[in-house]
Design a protein around this ligand. Sequence first.
Ligand SMILES: NC(=O)c1ccc[n+]([C@@H]2O[C@H](COP(=O)([O-])OP(=O)(O)OC[C@H]3O[C@@H](n4cnc5c(N)ncnc54)[C@H](O)[C@@H]3O)[C@@H](O)[C@H]2O)c1
Length: 306
Amino acid sequence: MQLSDIKKVLILGAGTMGQQIGLQCAMNGYGVVYYDISQEILDKAVKRVANLAKWYATTGRLTQEQLQQTLERISATPDPVKAARDADFVSESVPEDPELKGRVFAQFHQLCPGHTIFTSNTSMLIPSMFAGATGRPERICALHFHDLRATTVVDVMPHPGTDPAVTQLVHDFAVSIGCIVIMLQRENHGYVFNTMLSSLFFSALTLASKDVSSVEDIDRSWMGVTYMPMGPFGIMDQVGLSTVWSITDYWAKRAGDQQAQMNADFVKQYVDRGDLGYKTGKGFYSYPNPAYQAPGFLAGGTEKEK
Ligand SMILES: NC(=O)c1ccc[n+]([C@@H]2O[C@H](COP(=O)([O-])OP(=O)(O)OC[C@H]3O[C@@H](n4cnc5c(N)ncnc54)[C@H](O)[C@@H]3O)[C@@H](O)[C@H]2O)c1
């Protein structure tokens, strides 16, 4: 199989990341089909994808003609048989649970053609945790994206059983959709950037959950010293607090780490209230005008978020 054989990309899970990944593929000439568990979710997702594409057009990332062509390449269906038909490449973005990922891949192994390559966008898991369950372990590897509105850096991470030709093809595919590829030579929970980011999240959540300092002052400290436009809590709001909670809680339980569990419980209060971050308009901050973007924030002159 060669790169030119890849025509249709199937996106499993049309949430925050699935939407962006599908759009990136469609913008670069691939046919894209979104699959999710209900028509309602897909209708919302396709609207969000169209809005994101229109925003890209306003920033010059797409011309009006490219915008039209991109949207024409996109379809969505809650019917797994239809979704899998003719899929050459799968990008999975269902919730961060190894059993769920294994189950979804096993389902699509039965439905997709034999040549189809499977990739996972997992944040902190490793492909060997669910490669066996997929039914085609030699054809799966991780292709992990960050927030595509901000960066096209991706990680390509095979597991020991991935066919090296598949790893190469996934690398070539990522380059073909305009990505900067970081290759991992061995499996590592969190790839390269997320390994560093999770240490930052852990430290920030520990400071807040132990009541050492406020969310705003922790971010102010990071922003003031590094000149970054947002701090760890602002970044968590962008990632989505249900995703931050599920990853933190999973690893806390797996490691039996008390502090990590306190950190997960701290995020859980927000998740339980439905404050999931940027996507719901409220998380650690309120959107569209979060306090950390206000002119006086660094000086400590803005109202404290409630
Ligand atoms: N949010 C981020 O910044 C980010 C970045 C990189 C990687 N990731 C990873 O990407 C994956 C998805 O994260 P997200 O933030 O997009 O989550 P999300 O909750 O926004 O989206 C998940 C989607 O999967 C769907 N889903 C659930 N069960 C399904 C099933 N059986 N079949 C098909 N679809 C199903 C849900 O309905 C939902 O639409 C996770 O593994 C996460 O760790 C997230």
